[in-house]
Ligand binder design. Structure first.
Ligand SMILES: Nc1ncnc2c1ncn2[C@@H]1O[C@H](COP(=O)(O)OP(=O)(O)OP(=O)(O)O)[C@@H](O)[C@H]1O
Ligand SMILES: [Mg+2]
Length: 271
């Protein structure tokens, strides 16, 4: 196992954001965390990358307990991340931003640079443009490209599709698949659960700081409860899965009721 998040508890002041989350990521996998706003997905990633301390539990990586390791050492150990809000250096060119990703490595990074440009041709076209003038989607690509420059063993991605146009969303998911095919393990957080489950091997469903379900991604795609709650509230599918009485078909059902969608409290808390 490459990454093991073992029963971690994380607090913001007195508020318990994570109440015992356990997640395992094997070498070569794409694992995705899905769940409503405020469920604890970002906090989980931040605890792995060392941006949040845990109050109980452990994070193990590549055989070592890294629970107390400072964040910059985790990067060197092989934990890469494209941070939420992207963290691009606005005054530096695209290429300088990419090279910053390899800053901690002593060896030549021209191979990784070429690979980043191959994955993201847009970055190659814009290599001399200031990072801060790239569009939101382009900055997202730049952030991922920069994380890859450090040759991470695992790449942590927090909502890489956020704010992207539908065409770019498709593109970013295929790039993540390609990154994984080339050998990088991926831990992916996504609101876009449908697409995340389509590229992931396994998935965990988080609810208010706990894991409530974990399974093969393909299994969760077919899970009526997961479909209803996280995959666009597709009530039709959930009802269908309950095997309607024979002979009832074709009757327009009035039982769909209120879509349960407005309960997104806590979603505004980003830092
Ligand atoms: N800096 C903070 N200070 C106080 N509480 C916080 C802070 N960051 C997060 N929280 C709280 O911790 C809980 C988990 O938040 P987290 O950001 O991990 O959720 P999330 O699953 O990533 O949600 P989203 O889908 O909205 O990004 C939420 O209740 C949130 O309000
Ligand atoms: Mg989040």
């Amino acid at each position: 196992m490459l990454l093991e998040i073992d029963d971690i508890h994380v607090h913001y002041g007195k508020i318990a954001a994570l109440k015992g989350i356990s997640v395992q990521v094997d070498r070569g996998e794409i694992v995705t965390l899905i769940g409503a706003n405020g469920a604890g997905k970002t906090t989980t990633l931040k605890t792995v990358s060392g941006l949040r301390d845990l109050s109980a539990g452990a994070v193990r990586f590549d055989g070592a307990d890294i629970s107390k390791m400072p964040g910059h050492k985790r990067v060197l150990a092989g934990i890469g991340q494209a941070p939420e809000g992207r963290g691009i250096f606005p005054g530096m060119t695209v290429e300088e931003n990419l090279l910053m990703g390899a800053y901690a490595r002593r060896d030549d990074s021209s191979k990784e640079l070429a690979e980043a440009y191959e994955l993201f041709p847009r970055l190659a076209e814009r290599r001399t443009q200031a990072g801060g003038t790239m569009s939101g989607g382009e900055q997202q690509m730049l952030a991922i490209g920069r994380a890859l420059m450090a040759k991470p063993k695992v790449l942590l991605l927090d909502e890489p599709s956020m704010g992207l146009a539908p065409m770019l969303v498709q593109q970013i998911f295929s790039i993540i698949e390609e990154i994984n095919r080339r050998g990088t393990t991926v831990l992916l957080v996504e609101q876009n659960a449908q697409q995340a489950l389509q590229i992931a091997h396994r998935a965990y469903v988080l609810e208010t700081g706990r894991v409530v379900k974990s399974a093969a991604a393909s299994e969760l795609l077919d899970d009526p409860q997961v479909r209803a709650a996280y995959l666009g509230g597709d009530i039709g599918d959930a009802v269908e899965a309950e095997e309607p009485e024979p002979g009832e078909a074709g009757k327009p059902g009035g039982e769909a009721g209120e879509p349960d969608g407005g309960d997104d409290a806590g979603g505004a808390a980003k830092d």
